[in-house]
Design a protein around this ligand. Structure first.
Ligand code: ADP
Ligand code: MG
Length: 769
């Protein structure tokens, strides 16, 4: 682990290829600055972090608008997107009534009808929109004071000298798709479009990452042509074809990378670790208060067989919430630690790191704990604690190290890292895992664990570099959590029952989670960046709205209930809980990501110790938190959460003797996507089944985790949920290509694309940590 070295797909084998280079003109790796000028490059860098030509040309349009059909002015209707050919009759500038600024009114006529154009604060347009000038005007027809108008239309004026365009030319202009880019307040879509245009003009020939044979077989255009068609299509068919080609390229690069890594891992060596007779793992098993489930022992045997080989293990362990993955991990760590090796357990949150430390110390018992010195590394340690921890790790004394991302900092140096366990893999995303794994100096064995089971077909295509183990059986004595939807839209009175039920649990000596989607009260989200447009032109999915990032998990789109309804917040729910007569005397605690680390820990410890009865929190408690006495979970605005997130959350209750109950409170209306998720979770106890439903409901989501990784990702267009076939084809292509003489070395442009992908991932990782 240690230093974040430069990631390379095949260290020492393929020399870093020169990459797609232009024969003349700009290349993909050239800086933008020299091509589009410092100012535009600066804005693009600020808005998106773009630096190179490649960054910009792979910022694909989110959708395409069309100017609309050519319409006679007499036949316009409100709400229609139209293009009209007409002549300017008159122009008038007037001050705005309520605010400072001016309005420019333009009157158009086509001889049969008339139409008004309106521009706010753009008086200079009067210079070109002079009476008598003819042109084409496009926009959405609106009705203002009984009159049809176009506000801020897109237009193109006819050159008087050239005369009026033919009907065909006008039609072509009207039907050319207009790319619409993900834009920010600082940089508008049309400015991006212009910059892309300049860059495309400057771009030279590009070496194609896809070998010609594969391209021909799938009828793909060349890379250069695909970029041209995705950004400057002259028809809808063009951008559709381009997007498919670009998706295939992404799929091929991804699959080649996965297969390369797999064979690299097969070829690379690592220290074999075996369980000794009468060794640590046997001692541990002997003092376990319960028997392993059948699956726990079977998976344990698979892992031990992997560890005993002199090649690094790459195994994915999937098991539903509560299936006992931690125990499997601890047993693997004991085998790895047997011969003095060290183990790193990486978890997504500080809360979970602290909790894992406590429960692992408890599981190990005093003797083993003293021997293995479990050590915590999070960003929340004081300088002194951190130094102590680092020394213990570097000296090799700490044989079990538990931490968050902080574990991958430069300063953390292991003496002999044998095994890396990544818990709650779904929180990291596949690309982050890439980075984590490239940090290893000595090819440690790797076990990644996830509670979000992935359907087999996807596991094979996406996580194709991992072997998969599954825990299907649950530890005995666990009863499924009874889950009830509480739709307040239909039954507002049921709100009372929430509080009554909470009070009953507390009175019975048990504990309650109240989970909210937000920390403090906030106004309902306002307008969306891009109103009422599908994000994905291929599939007409609903707009993503503003996906809220909380602890790295994108919540599903907001805005599925009446506008103006604020989200339930920890602040507000805690206040309500404290004011409820039923809960008088109950000890109420609050937990969320913005609290200082010590406070988070002390609240969590108090709840675990039972000195807090009711914990009001955000999803920081989502993963792994284990408090057996907690029997009731109320999730407010449950429709705001993702399906597997709800399933994870409810897995926090019913872990002890008492049956668990989960109330999914929602104000969303029936049949909205949020309600469908809530109803699905209420109707299904099985995480595997829910994962399947999740895939069906999620049109936007991306199992690859590319969406979670934020601003930069090498996967722009590929969606595992719907591109399964295409991914499978790419996998076959990649396998054939790698097996052919010369392997990847015979395809330098593909090698370069692989390198670019790793650079992207690394850059993103470094930017965020
Ligand atoms: P997850 O797979 O969600 O991480 P955990 O590892 O947190 O699940 O285990 C859930 C609970 O089940 C814990 O309280 C753990 O102690 C308990 N447990 C694990 N294995 C067994 C077993 N074989 N028998 C009984 N209880 C078990
Ligand atoms: Mg767990």
């Amino acid at each position: 682990m240690g230093t974040p070295g430069r990631a390379s797909p095949t260290p020492g084998e393929t020399p870093a290829p020169a990459g797609p280079r232009s024969s003349a003109g700009a290349g993909l790796r050239d800086p933008l600055r020299g091509i589009i000028g410092g100012r535009s490059a600066g804005s693009l860098h600020k808005a998106f972090g773009f630096e190179t030509v490649r960054d910009l040309v792979t910022h694909y349009p989110r959708r395409y608008a069309s100017r609309g059909e050519l319409s006679p002015l007499a036949a316009l209707t409100e709400g229609e997107a139209v293009t009209v050919v007409a002549e300017v009759q008159g122009v008038r500038e007037r001050p705005m009534r309520a605010r400072r600024g001016t309005i420019l009114d333009v009157r158009l006529s086509d001889g049969r009808g008339s139409l008004a154009l309106t521009f706010f604060n753009q008086p200079w347009r009067a210079n070109e929109l002079r009476p008598g000038v003819r042109g084409m005007f496009a926009g959405k027809v609106s009705l203002y004071r009984g009159q049809l108008q176009l506000a801020h239309p897109d237009y193109e004026l006819f050159d008087e000298a050239e005369g009026q365009p033919s009907e065909t030319e006008a039609r072509r202009w009207a039907t050319t798709p207009i790319p619409v880019y993900a834009a920010t307040a600082a940089i508008a879509s049309w400015r991006i479009q212009r910059a892309v245009g300049v860059v495309l003009d400057a771009l030279g020939e590009l070496d194609d990452p896809v070998p010609e044979e594969i391209r021909r077989r799938h009828g793909m255009p060349g890379y250069r042509e695909a970029l041209e068609m995705v950004h400057r299509p002259t028809s809808d068919a063009q951008w559709r074809r381009a997007r498919e080609a670009l998706r295939r390229i992404e799929a091929l690069v991804l699959q080649t990378a996965l297969l390369e890594r797999r064979s690299e891992s097969e070829a690379s060596s690592s220290v074999a670790r075996s369980a000794a007779k009468g060794g640590l793992r046997e001692k541990f098993d002997a003092r376990l208060p319960y028997a392993l489930t059948a699956d726990q022992s079977a998976v344990g045997a698979e892992i031990e067989a992997d560890l005993a080989r002199p090649h690094p293990m790459s195994r994915l362990l999937q098991g539903d919430v509560g299936s006992g993955k931690t125990l499997v991990a601890v047993r693997a760590m004991l085998v790895a630690a047997e011969s003095g090796g060290q183990c790193a357990l990486v978890v997504p949150t500080e809360v979970l790191a602290g909790q894992h430390l406590r429960s692992i110390v408890r599981l190990l018992g005093p003797d083993l704990a003293a021997l293995l010195e479990p050590t915590l590394v999070t960003g929340a340690l004081s300088a002194r604690e951190r130094r102590t921890a680092l020394v213990r790790i570097a000296s090799g004394r700490a044989r079990i190290v538990i931490g968050t991302h902080a574990l991958f900092g430069d300063a953390v140096v292991f003496d002999d890292l044998a095994l890396v366990v990544i818990d709650e893999q779904h929180r990291f995303g596949v690309e982050q895992r890439d980075v984590l794994r490239t940090k290893g100096r000595r090819a440690p064995h790797t076990l990644v664990m996830t509670a979000t089971p992935i359907p087999r077909t996807i596991a094979m295509t996406v996580f194709g570099d991992l072997d998969v183990s599954t825990l299907r059986t649950m530890p005995p004595g666990r009863r499924p959590v009874q889950t009830i939807a509480v739709p307040l839209a239909e039954h507002p009175r049921w709100e009372e029952r929430i509080w009554a039920r909470s009070a009953e649990e507390v009175a019975a000596g048990r504990q309650v989670f109240l989970v909210c989607p937000a920390i403090d009260a906030e106004p309902a989200p306002g307008g969306r960046p891009d109103d009422d447009v599908p994000d994905d032109p291929d599939h007409g999915a609903p707009p993503p709205g503003r996906a809220t990032l909380q602890a790295g998990i994108p919540l599903l789109p907001e805005g599925e209930e009446a506008p103006g309804v604020p989200r339930s917040s920890v602040e507000q729910v805690a206040a309500t809980a404290r004011s409820r007569a039923e809960l008088a005397g109950a000890r109420i605690g609050v937990l969320h990501g913005r609290l200082p680390a010590e406070e988070k820990n002390s609240v969590m410890e108090a709840f675990a110790a039972g000195t807090i009865d009711v914990l009001v929190s955000t999803t920081v408690i989502e993963v792994g938190v284990d408090v057996p006495n907690a029997s009731l979970m109320v999730i407010f605005d449950a429709d705001r959460f993702g399906l597997s997130q709800l399933h994870q959350l409810r897995g926090r209750v019913g872990r002890g003797g008492a049956a668990g109950l989960c109330l999914l409170v929602t104000r969303a209306l029936a049949e909205t996507p949020g309600r469908l998720r809530v109803d699905a979770v209420a109707a299904n106890a099985d995480g595997f089944e829910l994962a399947r439903i999740d895939l069906e409901l999620r049109r936007e989501g991306d199992v690859l985790g590319a969406d979670q990784s934020g601003r930069r990702s090498s996967l722009r267009l590929l969606r595992v949920t719907r591109d399964g076939d295409l991914i499978a084809e790419a996998r076959a292509d990649a396998a054939r290509l790698l097996a052919a003489p010369g392997g990847l070395a015979a395809h330098p442009a593909l090698g370069a694309a692989l390198q670019d992908r790793l650079d992207d991932i690394e850059r993103d990782f470094l930017a965020r940590n």
